[in-house]
Design a protein. Sequence first.
Lengths: 304, 366
Amino acid sequence: MTATATFDKGGPSRPVRHGSMSRDRTLALRWSYFFLILFVLFFLTPPIYMLITSLKTSGEIAGARNPWWVFDPTLLNYQTLLTSPEFLRFIWNSALVSVLVVAITMVVSVTAAFALSRMRFWGSATLATGIFLCYLIPETLLFIPLFKMFAVFNQLTDIQLLNKWYVLVIIYPTLTVPFCTWIMIGYFASIPKELDEAALIDGASYIQILTKVFIPVALPGIIAATIFAFTVSWAQFLYPLAFTTSSDQLVLPVGIITTLIKGDVYNWGQIMTGALITAAPPLIIYAFLMDYYIAGLTAGATKG
Amino acid sequence: MAQVTLNKIVKMYDETPAVRGIDLDIADKEFVVLVGPSGCGKSTTLRMIAGLEDITGGEIVIGGHVVNDVPPKDRDIAMVFQNYALYPHMTVFENMSFGLRLKRVARAEIQQRVENAARILDITELLSRKPKQLSGGQRQRVAMGRAIVRDPKVFLFDEPLSNLDAKLRVQMRTEIKKVHQKVRTTTVYVTHDQVEAMTLADRVVVMNGGLIEQVGTPNELYHHPRTRFVAGFIGSPAMNFIPCKLEQAAGALRILLPGGIAFAVPADRTARYRDHAGRADLLLGLRPEHITETHRNIDPGQQEFQVTLEVIEPMGMETMIYFQIDGVEVCGRVNPAAGAEAGQPMQLLADLNHMHLIDEKTGLML
């Protein structure tokens, strides 16, 4: 052995126990499992508790037995809710609002993102930054001025928007459009410029470039943005709480707490059932489109 | 008929000029290559012809019509990009027919034109594949197919071979030349590779700093460069430039090189250089292939000199030799059998029949 070899850390002349690489790896894996299990417990306990409670009668919930076990399982809560016209109305309102909001959001944000990322015009960079800044303003700051705006609008035009489900279709895009536009700008930026130039030379108009090239190529990004818009509008709580009050105009999250809590009587079984039913659609959508969602969100990182 | 004429074309990016007033006439069916180092304005010029860049000044005429304000799709051009720019979600057939479908050409005609182009490029069996299932060379063919199918007035190529490996590049170069011989469409081709320019072009346009240095056939540029830039850019390895002094000596002219080497100027060039006798601000330009090993039958224009070799690079059919003349590295090309050896002195032969004299200040050939 030469003298230099003793300083060579990776060299075979150094005494090695177990192989340090794999020991490091085992240690790292142990810690990751530890934290993963911790997070799983932390995040899965509430839904499991909801599921357990939803299968109980009011009597069993009130009883002082082990709350983590169902002794007399029943589907009564599900049956009651899914046959209640009021609750079905909430589902219908939620679905209607969400679908319309997603549609409006995607039309606006995809076209806006295309214009901002490709059709360089005066002020486009400032506008793009401005859109992102919009997203940073919290809704808790916005709902009072928005409410005031609709009240004034009502006075001026006699058109009543407050306490109508469709007011939510107007308001939700203020949350969804900025973020979706931002996602789509990022996604469109990852499409090489030569692709639209080739299409331009092939004789495509800007609308055709968008519909025939950009939308098909950016489909993962569009799906990610759609899921986001759907989740935001489906789960939104503050705006519907402030803007809608009549029970036939309510959406699910607000409907559950306003109709199932009567005074200080909490109908826990139905509340938990309603919450589970509400949580199901986004969960199902995520499960099916998860791969697209991740591909969409990381597009800039891997393709840029 | 599709001539392309550029009249005093200028392109400014804010205050920075990219193209500074160039004039160029491209004849119908001609294959013209724009070549130059990066940033010389060649791609910008091509993109202005395509209509992808606004023209700051001057006018571009394609087939008799000024197209300055005509959008790209109405210029009847087709372009092949460096990264191919194939539509990733479409099959090869859809990629090639995209332009025709937008123009609402009849289905049967589309089918026929695509198949025809596919046959020319030998990609018939790839028509149903998606771009990601193709190799680099195949993608390049499809990009060319997309251009051919549209039967445009002008083909524009923007460094189409830069993304290919060396072997494939040579192969595709021949392919492009064959295709041009078959379809005879006026072609403007941009590259930074002078070998590509020389092998493909009917005429080469050498650009530098937003201006045209010289336009000519590959042979003209090689044998009669007008500036030092063209002389150095065309040819590989590059021409040697050695500072020298021109002296009058008893009716003849003599070139004095710094290391004490002196060459007599061939008699047929004396008249051309006589006015510059006595100047010391000149460069002697001599290509490596005109510095060879010495042999028995020496022509009048050829002269022997001796140097000590520094580096030798055997290439198989020839050996490149490098030596210094007073600090200036000079390259020569000798027969592998000549026995060149690094560190050893060698008797060489300079063929002054092919010499160039360059004004060092203006960079112009004398």
